[in-house]
Design a protein around this ligand. Structure first.
Ligand SMILES: *[C@@H]1O[C@H](CO)[C@@H](O)[C@H](O)[C@H]1NC(C)=O
Ligand SMILES: *[C@@H]1O[C@H](CO)[C@@H](O)[C@H](O)[C@H]1NC(C)=O
Ligand SMILES: *[C@@H]1O[C@H](CO)[C@@H](O)[C@H](O)[C@H]1NC(C)=O
Ligand SMILES: *[C@@H]1O[C@H](CO)[C@@H](O)[C@H](O)[C@H]1NC(C)=O
Length: 346
């Protein structure tokens, strides 16, 4: 009788276990197909947003667009995209100002939030393009108008993130890039493996300049028209640069301490150097960029003295100490728009 009891209890437990397994499987399937659970704003925010005080979200809640988005961001399993897609080469840069609104219908292939996945092959790279932004409205449309067709030709999966600085302090490019790194990972199911940190006033002139991450960090904007297509100095890492998630985390991201123009890119160079990375570059005839006109910002007078401390302090200044408040997140048709108050010293 004792045995019978045990068997009955055992049966109940195993039935309960089977039910549990079924429920978990169902949840995993739902997550996989729809990205609902970890895609859900509140759970995600709760799970990954301790330091980051998120006060407001603005989603475009549009059934049609969401459905289309699912179609464009989930590649069908199949053949890998070509390592170097055919038809790559020099492209013209059109610097004519355009209306942002007039662009919205020009690129129907691009999914909500400026995200794209090649339709006919499985992309080898999933790339977040992080663009720090402040008072450059005239450049935004020109940038998007150039970059979307450029990137689509390369058959990569990508998302464009425009990170705007709120608050009252002077521009802090590096801290905005850190914010872009954290936020782009948070909002994309599966995350990104490759990050291109991109000034908005630089437009690439050759599609052989692949927006991907090689084994070593890549400095991409080596040849800029304003500098007569010459490398200004050997250790330069500013303008446009590519780092894998692993590389970025190993060097603790960018410094948060550079307010005003300059220094933060040299700081990143020192971090990479300290972690034994070697900078790679494309040939100068491929790494070509056009720079859009703008007034030069005031240099940060403290940049040299902060730079002297990099080797000693970089593990305590960067991603690990990043503090900001995300004020806004909107998925527009051609880009994901993030506004962050980064005034807090850290
Ligand atoms: C987040 O920021 C808002 C506005 O600055 C503030 O009122 C709120 O208390 C903050 N919440 C947390 C958890 O820090
Ligand atoms: C959703 O988006 C489609 C296409 O952009 C548009 O035609 C439609 O009016 C939108 N619906 C709502 C409820 O916003
Ligand atoms: C440049 O862009 C403008 C605005 O979209 C367009 O009118 C013009 O034809 C373009 N020029 C060239 C050479 O493609
Ligand atoms: C998805 O987008 C394409 C192109 O933008 C459009 O033709 C199609 O009607 C959309 N599908 C749905 C279900 O809205």
């Amino acid at each position: 009788m004792g045995l019978g009891c045990k068997n009955a209890a055992g049966g109940r437990i195993s039935r309960a276990l089977r039910l549990l397994v079924l429920i978990v499987l169902a949840l995993v399937t739902i997550e996989y197909v729809y990205g609902w659970i970890f895609g859900a704003t509140y759970i995600r925010t709760y799970l990954s947003a301790r330091l980051y005080n998120i006060t407001q979200f603005t989603f475009r809640d549009n059934e049609t667009q969401i459905k289309n988005e699912t179609a464009t961001t989930r590649p069908l399993p199949g053949t890998l995209c070509d390592l170097t897609p055919s038809g790559l080469g020099p492209v013209r840069v059109n610097k004519t100002e355009v209306e942002l609104a007039s662009l919205e219908n020009k690129f129907p292939e691009v999914g909500l939030g400026g995200r794209y996945t090649p339709p006919n092959c499985t992309p080898r790279h999933k790339v977040a393009i992080i663009v720090p932004y402040k008072d450059r409205e005239q450049h935004l449309a020109i940038f998007l108008s150039h970059m979307h067709p450029f990137l689509m030709k390369q058959q990569i999966a990508y998302g464009i993130f425009i990170v705007e600085q709120a608050g009252s302090k002077s521009f802090n490019r590096a801290k905005l890039l850190n914010v872009g790194f954290v936020e782009s990972q948070k909002w994309e199911s599966g995350g990104y493996q490759c990050f291109i940190f991109h000034d908005i006033d630089l437009l690439p002139e050759d599609t052989r300049n692949m927006y991907s991450c090689p084994e070593q960090p890549r400095h991409m904007s080596a040849a800029i028209d304003k500098f007569k297509y010459k490398l200004p100095y050997q250790t330069i890492f500013g303008g446009v640069s590519a780092l894998t998630e692993e590389q970025f985390k190993k060097v603790n991201g960018f410094s948060n301490r550079y307010w005003g123009w300059g220094g933060e890119d040299d700081d990143m160079y020192k971090r990479l150097n300290a972690m034994n990375y070697k900078i790679s570059r494309y040939a100068m005839n491929i790494a070509k960029y056009v720079m859009l006109d703008h007034k030069k910002s005031a240099p940060n007078p403290k940049r040299q003295s902060i730079l002297k401390q990099t080797d000693k302090v970089f593990k305590e200044d960067g991603l690990s100490t990043l503090e900001y408040e995300l004020i806004k997140m909107v998925r527009f048709q051609l880009y994901t728009y993030l506004v962050a108050d980064i005034d807090k010293e850290s």
